[in-house]
Design a protein around this ligand. Sequence first.
Ligand SMILES: *Cc1c(COP(=O)(O)O)cnc(C)c1O
Length: 325
Amino acid sequence: MVNRIRFANLPTRIERLNRLSKELGRNIYIKRDDETGMEISGNKIRKLEFSVGEALENNCDYLITCGGIQSNHARATAAVAAKLGLGSYLVLKGDENEEAEGNLFLDKLLGAKIKFVTKGEYKYNRKEIMEDIRKSLEVEGHKAYIIPEGASNGMGSLGYVNAMEEILEQEKQIDIKFDAIVVTVGSGGTYAGLYYGNRVNNNPATIYGFNICDTKEHFQQIVLKLLDEIAIYTGKGIDVNEDELHIIDGYPGLGYALNRPEEIEFINYIAKLEGIILDPVYTGKAMYGLVEEIKKGSFDKHENILFMHTGGIFGWNREQRGLLK
Ligand SMILES: *Cc1c(COP(=O)(O)O)cnc(C)c1O
């Protein structure tokens, strides 16, 4: 049973990046999933429409989730919770004494309760930590719903199965066929949803993911698992081999949420060229990767390329800002 609550501004626009297209000799388009909302914005909203739908279906009055200290997903969850009159509890990887800027500041404004954990605790124990919070809220008389990192489970990924259908509809309206759709991979749900939607609709596009942490192999396994989970809700499995999952490695740079000067320079270049702000953690690295790969010739067989702008504008931290020359 799938219960969807609508709060994203959909459909999001598709725009042609005229000057970048000219520079690369290719038609580059961008889908503005950064404009799904303001407080409730970015790609996580499409997923939360389904996760939160399930939470309400189960009469929950609290949302628990986790992420990095500048998690866009955690901020979006806090905003959704406030909007619906629910409580929110965020498990964030970081230090309590860190300056409350960007998403962390918004989390606080939105009234989220926050538990700060170390990198190790986050990596190995976040599920147990969220479960402990759920139990302690239960003692206080609350019923909490746990949303996994990035809302990347079968339920959340349904948001991007729908997004794929939205793209197919828009292709008809603007009379264009995208032969490559490019997305950032952070926890895998966005890629998995698009991949699934593309396949079940027999669409010939290739779905490319640029991982911004971990490795290609790590995410191929995660996506395979998510594709199975999606099938539980849709009732329709797809047969996929891991090497059909086109994840392009090589662009995490210094690692999650850490930046090299050339990435910030690239974000600056796109901002000046197109008036579009990418984020340093996700879309900045992925689009940097895309442009590098186009220059190397890896996308030579593709004429019309759609890049998914998945949001992240609030995530800039002091260090990343400091790299702007
Ligand atoms: C979470 C996030 C992503 C990655 O999406 P996943 O579904 O987690 O792979 C990409 N861009 C932004 C801005 C995000 O916040």
